[in-house]
Design a protein around this ligand. Structure first.
Ligand code: ATP
Ligand code: MG
Length: 243
């Protein structure tokens, strides 16, 4: 049975798409078969981040509505064996909603892990996707706007009876904490006492990799190691933090 993890955030632009792709790539490098589901219907990012745009033909909506065979819509990564993508439709979200639980059922025997890149915010659409997932990973940057949104999102998830999310602190700049009085990891965790699964640094190389469709998971660079450690923590390993 494929386990479904949804990557969510209150604020946009915190790195959900980049990290969905690279945490998925890290799990694939660890030997699992991983399906990335782009659940950001109407926008679509994962094909660019994974360098698979040229291969997109069908999308999740086509699979769910029987317009193609389930495997016809899947694009295999050439960079990382074992990593696959189910792209999002570019139709308006209300025309082509993604039922992640139904996708999980359809692909249950084909993959070990399904990672869903979810639209930001606390809309009904996002909450419906969360309801279909086995596990939630909430991303926040270490700034007051993003953290306040994440705190609000946490309350909404609780009100909806959804599982407590794991936390990823993203776009983190250690040097900015003192220099610009930005929030430290401890400040974020005081407001969001959730199980911490990773701290992702702000790096120009991450931005460039995403822009060029290059996956960095498992590489020898700091971002490569960071996402590999996140994948290991998701698998239940205890991995120490460098910061
Ligand atoms: N750790 C990082 N270091 C540098 N740039 C980053 C980092 N994380 C994200 N970015 C950049 O920020 C932008 C947003 O990233 P991404 O699209 O992954 O975020 P998102 O949470 O999926 O956004 P949205 O809410 O719009 O879907 C991209 O240009 C990306 O390259
Ligand atoms: Mg995105």
């Amino acid at each position: 049975m494929a386990q479904i993890t949804a990557l969510i955030s209150a604020a946009g632009g915190v790195g959900k798409s980049i990290l969905t792709a690279n945490i998925g790539a890290a799990l694939a490098r660890l030997g699992f078969r991983v399906l990335l589901v782009d659940a950001d219907t109407g926008l679509r990012s994962l094909d660019l981040v994974t360098g698979l745009s040229e291969k997109v033909f069908f999308h999740a909506g086509d699979v769910l509505r029987g317009r193609c065979e389930k495997m016809d819509a899947i694009c295999a990564s050439e960079q990382v064996p074992g990593l696959f993508l189910l792209p999002a439709s570019l139709k308006r979200p209300e025309e082509e909603t993604v039922d992640i639980r139904e996708l999980g059922r359809l692909y249950a025997q084909d993959f070990d892990y399904i990672l869903a890149d979810v639209p930001s915010g606390i809309s009904r659409r996002t909450l419906d996707i969360c309801r279909g997932a086995d596990r939630l990973l909430m991303l926040t940057a270490a700034d007051r706007l993003s953290v306040r949104g994440a705190d609000r999102m946490r309350s909404v998830l609780q009100e909806e009876g959804l599982p407590e999310p794991g936390l990823l602190i993203t776009r983190f700049r250690k040097t900015s904490v003192k220099k610009y009085a930005l929030m430290s990891v401890r400040d974020v965790r005081d407001i969001l006492p959730l199980p911490l699964l990773g701290i992702v640094p702000e790096k120009k190389s991450i931005h460039a990799s995403a822009d060029h469709g290059k996956l960095f998971a498992g590489g020898p660079t700091e971002p490569g190691l960071v996402v590999m450690n996140i994948a290991r923590r998701l698998l239940g390993e205890e991995v120490a933090y460098a910061v």
